[in-house]
Design a protein around this ligand. Structure first.
Ligand code: G
Ligand code: G
Ligand code: MN
Ligand code: NA
Length: 246
């Protein structure tokens, strides 16, 4: 209860910060960044999202937080667009199911993109497979609407959810993010390598970009590249840092 009121006050006081972590290709060229929120509380220090996002989801504060993240992301993309050194970068934003269920979500996104002048193809949303468990038709319509506005979608933590593979055919997503649990064991577990090979093949068949997250070591990076993974994210390349440092 105390944390809830502290978070509410923290939001009002502007204590949220957007961090970012690079996503690189096999030549370690930076393709884009994933935005990751942090809360800098004067009392508690830097608080990771695992400690307040679930709370924010329960209380509905995630809507306000999500609007803040979307605004920051669009503002940042507009800044990057003006510099030849950064104009190619994409920025991925994590979405909670609750945000997706907001009736005017697509309008909100379009409004922020227009406000800052965000180019098409640069803003990306990361959704987990769990959002596909309810009202799939509505989710498909929403993602199609966003796609038409130049917003891309990625399936986060891919391979860990309970959803059937059959939805992939209908779903307007452009990227699969292989969950870190697979990356952790790719080097010495043949079954993990087989799962990753399957995801890569699935990605090719559906025309999807395949990213591995949580890459921490050089051997993991090499093995994932051998298996055909397109892009990589993890401490090996960079920890999340304030997005202004990109
Ligand atoms: O940065 P870190 O690895 O600690 O993030 C932990 C979790 O918090 C991840 O699952 C990530 O998806 C989630 N998360 C980070 N930033 C956001 C955000 O802006 N919105 C939502 N809904 N989740 C976020
Ligand atoms: O949205 P998602 O659940 O994918 O969030 C990614 C989380 O993974 C963030 O909390 C981020 O800080 C964390 N992370 C990113 N790279 C690494 C890594 O190489 N190793 C570990 N252990 N965590 C990572
Ligand atoms: Mn993510
Ligand atoms: Na993830």
């Amino acid at each position: 209860v105390q944390l809830v009121s502290e978070l509410r006050r923290g939001i009002e006081r502007g204590e949220l910060r957007l961090f970012a972590q690079p996503i690189v290709d096999r030549h370690r060229r930076v393709l884009g960044e994933e935005g990751l929120i942090r809360w800098r509380s004067p009392e508690r220090g830097l608080i990771p999202p695992d400690e307040f996002i679930p709370l924010a989801e329960q209380t509905g504060m995630i809507i306000e937080i999500g609007e803040w993240v979307l605004d920051q992301a669009c503002r940042q993309l507009a800044v990057w667009a003006r510099d030849p050194a950064t104009q190619h970068l994409t920025l991925s934003v994590n979405l909670s199911e609750r945000q997706l269920r907001e009736r005017d979500f697509a309008e909100q996104v379009r409004d922020r993109m227009d406000h800052y002048g965000v180019p098409a193809g640069k803003l990306k949303f990361e959704l987990t497979e769990s959002v596909l468990n309810t009202d799939l038709d509505r989710t498909i319509r929403l993602l199609s609407l966003l796609r038409a506005d130049g917003v891309l979608t990625s399936l986060d933590d891919f391979g860990t959810g309970y959803s059937s593979l059959s939805y992939l055919r209908q779903l307007p997503v452009q990227q699969l993010k292989i969950d870190q649990s697979f990356v952790d064991t790719v080097v010495d577990n043949a079954q993990t390598a087989a799962v990753i090979t399957m995801i890569v093949q699935l990605g090719r068949a559906f025309g999807l970009h395949v990213v591995a997250e949580g890459v921490e070591t050089e051997p993991q990076f090499q093995r994932l590249a051998e298996l055909g993974v397109d892009a990589f994210q993890g401490f090996l390349f960079s920890k999340p840092r304030p997005i202004s440092e990109v």
